[in-house]
Design a protein around this ligand. Structure first.
Ligand code: SF4
Ligand code: SF4
Length: 299
């Protein structure tokens, strides 16, 4: 074993070779992200669209955007250079499911050309219910949903608007729709047997105490892991939170919330918030070796 927390044996067996979930595996297996998803369907106050989505990534990083064809070419090139490459994720730079054609076209081609590579995607969850069946058509190892609240009154402070039913929706109505879609999406993935991890961004004074309730609700709906990440809020990135002086949590504040959630869904403590085009073993970033011009030279 050696699995984090009280993870059931059958789930641990599925994830123990996954670099993100096992401290042991992340020395031996590599993962990569491809940035094929530029658009987003919601606005988070901590986001600056010029940079990678914070659903999964460290903000303040600009990834090279790729077409599905370029992405597949890159994955195949990386897999031949780095034999430990086992997992491919789509984590932005916007929302994977706000770009369904690009995301699923990439997965479809990869399944044909590199069937051994496990796939994962991360999303804010707004479009998840309508995509749940499509997700099940591919070799998707797990899905990550970023859930920062289970109470629209908290959500209203985090999300100024969503794009829904062809129009912009704001305020409590926006947060209510997002919340309902996230819960429904998580339940649908659980019913379909897709492993689902939850990311939450800890925003001091906004959702710090509330994350215990988030943890309880997502565990109840079958999430296998909960990853609480610190808000990285820097005014020079032009995020609304940065401009209002909202700070990120200290290491102690982060640990206090993580400790308070122990016994809820299993917590992940070593996520590195990798770039949307990260390549390599965790903690090593070889993305600069695999830019498009370099891949062309390899041929
Ligand atoms: Fe930005 Fe990601 Fe939020 Fe969309 S989901 S607004 S890309 S942080
Ligand atoms: Fe793994 Fe976290 Fe990096 Fe995603 S962002 S590849 S979950 S360590």
């Amino acid at each position: 074993s050696g699995g984090p927390g009280d993870m059931p044996e059958e789930i641990w067996n599925k994830v123990k070779n996954h670099p993100c979930y096992s401290e042991e595996a992340h020395h031996h297996y590599a993962r990569m992200h491809v940035a094929v998803a530029p658009a987003c369907n919601i606005q988070c106050n901590y986001c600056n669209r010029k940079y990678d989505c914070s659903n999964e990534s460290r903000p303040g990083v600009v990834s090279q955007k790729l077409t599905p064809e370029q992405a597949v070419k890159k994955v195949v090139a990386v897999a031949s250079e780095i034999p430990q490459m086992t997992v491919l994720g789509i984590a932005g730079p916007g929302d994977a499911l706000a770009n369904p054609k690009k995301t699923f076209e990439t997965f479809r081609m990869l399944q044909e050309q590199a069937p051994d590579i496990k796939l994962c995607l991360s999303t804010n969850g707004l479009a998840l219910p309508e995509m749940a069946d499509e997700i099940c058509k591919y070799n998707i190892d797990h899905v990550t949903i970023t859930i920062n609240m289970v109470d629209p009154a908290v959500g209203e402070k985090i999300y100024p608007w969503i794009f829904w039913d062809h129009k912009r929706v704001t305020g409590i109505e926006a947060a209510t729709i997002l919340h309902q879609q996230q819960m429904k999406g998580l339940e649908m993935l659980t019913e379909r047997g897709v492993l689902t991890k939850i990311n939450s961004v800890l925003i001091p004074g906004i959702n710090d105490e509330h994350l215990i309730e988030v943890n309880r609700e997502v565990k109840k709906r079958g999430a296998f892991l909960h990853n609480i990440m610190p808000l990285i809020s820097e005014p020079e990135h032009g995020t609304v939170f940065g401009l209002t002086g909202q700070r990120g949590p200290s290491a102690q504040e982060l640990k206090a919330v993580q400790d308070a959630c122990m016994g809820g869904a299993n917590l992940m403590r070593h996520c590195r918030q990798c770039r949307a085009d990260a390549v390599g073993l965790l903690g090593e970033d070889r993305s600069a070796e695999f830019t498009l011009d370099k891949i062309d030279e390899m041929e």
